[in-house]
Design a protein around this ligand. Structure first.
Ligand SMILES: [Zn+2]
Ligand SMILES: [Zn+2]
Length: 149
């Protein structure tokens, strides 16, 4: 008797002969999720750790293509700044992407610092208390929140 193939996402037995790891429903759901993640990257320039986990369910070819699309879009829009580079580096690290193999020029290493991360979460980088985005000084510890330009 042939072994039943089960969807690795929901565990349901896959009845068709596709030999895909996911059932049709989960496959569609994941594809949608993939599009949402791509939009988040391109529009909001954000990539959450949970989104990286979702992307890990895809083939490396899909991820490489995503990387190329995102890189091209940032470049075309003249948005290849630190915020974009942080995302590209996140993808690179999570998926061991080699930009040279993708025919891209080397991407400068820019990592999100602890300070960036806390500020993004509306937390003071020093005392970690909750603050508002428009504060220039932390009301709790006096930490300078806005860098002088
Ligand atoms: Zn499923
Ligand atoms: Zn503080």
């Amino acid at each position: 008797m042939a072994e039943l193939e089960k969807c690795i996402e929901c565990g349901k037995v896959i009845k068709d002969e596709s030999h895909a790891p996911y059932c049709k429903k989960c496959d569609e759901k994941l594809d949608k999720h993939f599009d949402t993640i791509e939009d988040n990257i391109l529009i909001f320039r954000e990539l959450l750790d949970s989104e990286i986990e979702t992307l890990k369910k895809f083939e490396s070819e899909d991820i490489n293509d995503l990387f190329k699309r995102v890189h091209k879009k940032f470049k075309d829009d003249n948005k290849l700044d630190n915020q974009s580079l942080i995302i590209l580096n996140k993808l690179k690290d999570a998926f061991k992407i080699d930009e040279k193999k993708l025919g891209l020029s080397p991407i400068p290493v820019v990592k999100e610092t602890r300070e960036d991360r806390l500020l993004k979460n509306n937390q003071c980088p020093d005392c970690e208390k909750e603050i508002q985005k428009d504060f220039s000084l932390c009301p709790y510890c006096g930490f300078k929140l806005k860098k002088d330009k």
